[in-house]
Each structure stands twice: as C-alpha cells, then as structure tokens.
Design a binder for this molecule. Structure first.
Ligand code: ACO
Length: 430
C-alpha cells in the first residue's frame, strides 16, 4: 500500500490517506469523507472501525497475540504481577524499584473508603447485584474530594486519582459482597499485597482470619493481570467515549463497569457458571446441551466460547487453563459443575460446529471455574473482571486526556425512520 487509497463514489474518485500502526495494521483515514462527499461509513458493531490511535495494547486476533505496551501477555503472566502490569499499562514502561514502591505506597494510602460511603451501601436492597453497586459506588467515590488533590489541576491530580481508583475498586467490591451477604464490614490491611488484601476483605471474619493460600493468590492475581486491558472492547470504548466529553475518571470508569456487566462481555464468566448449573439441574452431562447449541435451539450458546477478535485461540485462555488445572488439583475440589465444564471443553474443541466457526474457550470459561473453586460467589465474577480491567480503563482515560487532538466522540447514523410528517391530533389516531 502506497499511503493512499482511492474510493470511487458515483464515478468520482476520492483519495484517502492510510495510517499504518507500529505492528503494520493499516487503517483508511476517512475523517474527511463526509466533508468531501456527504457520505459516511456504516459499520454496525464497529468490527471494521478504528475509533482511535492507541499505544497501550496490541492484539492480533488471527494469530492469538496479546501484548501490553509491547510485552507479550504470556511473559507478563509468568514474570510480572497485576500491580506492576497496572503501572506498565498506565505509564507506558515497567516501573523501577522506586517507582513500583511509590505506586504501591499510593495504593496503600488510598485503600480506605471515605467512612461516609458506608451509608451509600446501606441504601442498596440486599438483592442488588454487586455490579450495580460497584458502578454506583465508583461514581459516588468521585464525589468525595481528597485533601491531597485540593487545588491541583486534573493532570497533576491524575496519579493520585488513578491509584485511588485501582485501590478502592477492590474495597468497594468486597464491601458490596459483605453487604449483600449480611457480613460485617472488613477493612484493608496495609501489610497485605493487593490480591491478598482482596481475599482478606472478602473472606475474613471478625472471629476467623482468612488463611491465604499462595496458589489461590497467584491464580487470582493472574486473573486480574490477564483482564487488565484488551484494547478497544465494549467497556474500554465506553470509558473513552465518556472521557472524550472531559468527564472525570470516576464517571468514565463507572460507565465502563456498566458496559462490562452485559453477558456478551464481562458477564460471560457468570453466564458460564449459570449455564453449567442449568445443565446440571437438568441431569445432563453436557451432551444434550451441546446438541441444542449446535441446532440453535432457543438460540442457546456455549458461554465462554468464541470471541469477536480471537479467531485461532485466546492467548489468555491458554495461560489461565494451566493455572486452573493447578488450583483444582491443589484444592482437591470435587464439583459436578467442574466435571461438566471439562466435558464441554473436551467435546467442543473437537466438534466440527465449533472448530469450523473458530469457537475456542475464552478467558472467561476458565476464570469462572477458578473463581468458583476458590469460593467466589457467582454474582461477584464480573466484579472481579472489573477490578482487573480498572488499570486498562485508567490507562485509556489517560490517553484520551493526554491527546491534544482528542475530540468529543460523536458517531453518525443512517436514519431509517419516518420522513417529515404533520402532528396528528389525538382524535385522528387509531
Ligand atoms: N456458542 C455457539 N455458537 C456460537 C457461539 C457460542 N458461544 N459464538 C458464536 N457462535 C456461532 C454463531 O451462532 C454464528 O453461527 P452461524 O454462522 O451458524 O450463524 C457464528 O458462530 C458467528 O457468531 P457471531 O455472533 O457472528 O460471532 P461474534 O464474533 O459476533 O461474537 C461473541 C462473539 C459475542 C463473544 C460470541 O462468540 C458469544 O456470544 N460467545 C459467548 C459469550 C461469551 O463467552 N462472551 C465472552 C467474550 S470474551 C470477553 O468479553 C472477555
């Protein structure tokens, strides 16, 4: 490609520039299309639309490649931690020892919620889904100013806000769980690392301290790390959309939580377990269910399989599967749902229906299984995804804010409704 493409509209040629990324993906820059021709591009679901340039995450779905800031996900999974990776995503480079310590200190300093926020938790009904609590509480915590930020411009306040959000999402998440289950509140402990603290706040009781199992801590830290960013997915695009209006980081990320909630996105890990429960309750071992999926009975889908971008394999699924096997072996869990999951995986990986459509297990298939094995309740699965994704949202928010050319996101549409008509009085309406 020579840097331009020619588009012919009604016989008239139009030359459009191309944009080439550092991994040689090519985009056609159509930003002048409407001004020059009156036409827009139509791409429902945005499968062919590059909404921004970004230096954070690279994915090649055909080859199963995922890189954060140029580092392969498998290498990060092996050598890094969730918190180090969070720093990498937000600030672009792996931290020095001093930078990591500084980041970690900031996370510790900001881990407590403003005590008044407890009253917000009390206002939710016991049946509230923790994702709705999470989104509302992230937004609410933005309303509590911190003395540390007083008088600072948004750019100078950002490092503190970023750390506060990443640290507090975990405190909010565990508080929503405790509230929903009628458990007394827990507070974070400064001597525990990020993921350890999450487990402590989830499961410790006033009369019984939660015993940390290193394999469980590792598995959960890995789940967070593998979910930390994923390029322009539905929730991250939502965060960028909100950020483009110059809304604050809390408003932008709380919108990301809402977008993540849906079962076709972050809600898939919960949907996987719901599907397994349904199969089990019907006395099926998975075979009948798979037949229904293949025959599209009731449009059933094998949840945790397939991905919009990955069409050969999900690299995160490969990594998490290994850890999943280790955790299950270590905890020696006997669970009929896990047996069904293994059977579905085994059959679907060799079945023509799934193979021909390039439907492989995605990260949610295994992360759901691990979370169940370590005792995380099902309605918290997507909340854990949100904790993991927070650094990615924050990094994308920063990228929008730092971009001097950033414009408010405002797509167009092709209108298919009625053309102009006159108001009909009530008496004439049938
Ligand atoms: N089970 C059964 N069939 C499926 C599945 C599935 N999980 N996913 C796709 N298909 C079939 C479709 O029915 C369609 O079949 P057809 O060609 O006979 O009509 C074909 O595969 C293509 O499906 P699309 O919906 O066009 O695929 P798309 O790329 O748009 O969807 C998605 C991706 C939404 C992830 C889909 O695979 C799905 O619904 N998976 C289950 C939900 C899930 O696990 N989501 C998590 C995604 S990962 C994440 O968010 C972290």
């Amino acid at each position: 490609m020579n840097g331009t493409v020619e588009l012919i509209i009604d016989g008239k040629p139009l030359t459009l520039p191309t944009v080439v990324g550092t991994e040689n993906e090519v985009g056609i820059d159509v930003s002048t299309l409407r001004a020059k021709t009156g036409c827009i591009t139509l791409d429902p679901g945005y499968g062919n639309t590059g909404a921004c340039k970004s230096a954070i995450t690279f994915i090649d779905g055909e080859k199963g490649i995922l890189q954060y800031r140029g580092y392969d996900i498998a290498e990060l999974a092996k050598k890094s931690t969730f918190i180090e990776t969070a720093y990498l995503l937000i600030y672009g480079e792996l931290p020095t020892a001093a930078e990591l310590q500084g980041f970690s200190n900031q996370l510790t300093r900001t881990q407590m919620l403003h005590e008044d926020l407890r009253f917000h938790f009390d206002a939710f009904p016991p049946s509230a889904h923790p994702m709705s609590i999470l989104s509302a509480m992230i937004h609410a915590s933005g309303a509590y100013p911190s003395a540390e930020n007083r008088g600072k411009c948004p750019k100078d306040a950002f490092p503190f806000q970023a750390a506060r959000l990443i640290s507090q999402v975990r405190t909010i998440a565990t508080s929503s769980y405790r509230k929903a289950h009628g458990l007394p509140p827990t507070y974070p402990k400064s001597n525990l690392k990020y993921t350890e603290n999450f487990l402590h706040m989830m499961f410790s009781l006033p009369n019984e301290e939660y015993q940390l199992n290193p394999e469980v801590v590792k598995a959960l830290d890995l789940i967070f790390l593998l979910h930390a960013d994923h390029e322009q997915n539905c929730s991250t695009s939502t965060v960028r959309m909100v950020a483009s209006s110059k809304a604050n980081v809390y408003a932008s990320c709380s919108a990301g939580v809402c977008a993540l909630w849906g079962p076709l996105h972050g809600g898939a890990n919960q949907a996987v377990l719901e599907m397994l429960e349904e199969i089990h309750n019907e006395g099926d071992d998975g075979s009948k269910f798979l037949e229904q999926v293949k025959n599209k009975v009731g449009n059933r889908r094998l949840m945790g399989f397939g991905h919009r971008v990955y069409k050969s394999f999900d690299p995160r699924a490969v990594i998490i599967k290994e850890q999943c096997d280790k955790v299950l072996a270590q905890l020696n869990v006997s669970d009929p749902l896990l047996d069904i999951a293994k059977k579905l995986e085994e059959v679907a990986l060799h079945d023509e229906y799934f193979v021909s459509r390039k439907l492989y297990p995605n990260v949610d298939f295994y992360s759901g299984i691990i979370m169940r094995a370590i005792g995380i309740p099902m309605d918290m699965f997507t909340v854990l995804f949100a904790i993991g994704r927070m650094p990615g949202w924050v990094a994308n928010y920063k990228e929008v804010m730092d971009d001097p050319d950033s414009r408010i996101n405002r797509p167009r549409q092709i209108y298919t409704g009625e053309t102009l008509r006159s108001y009909k009085p009530m008496a004439e309406r049938v």
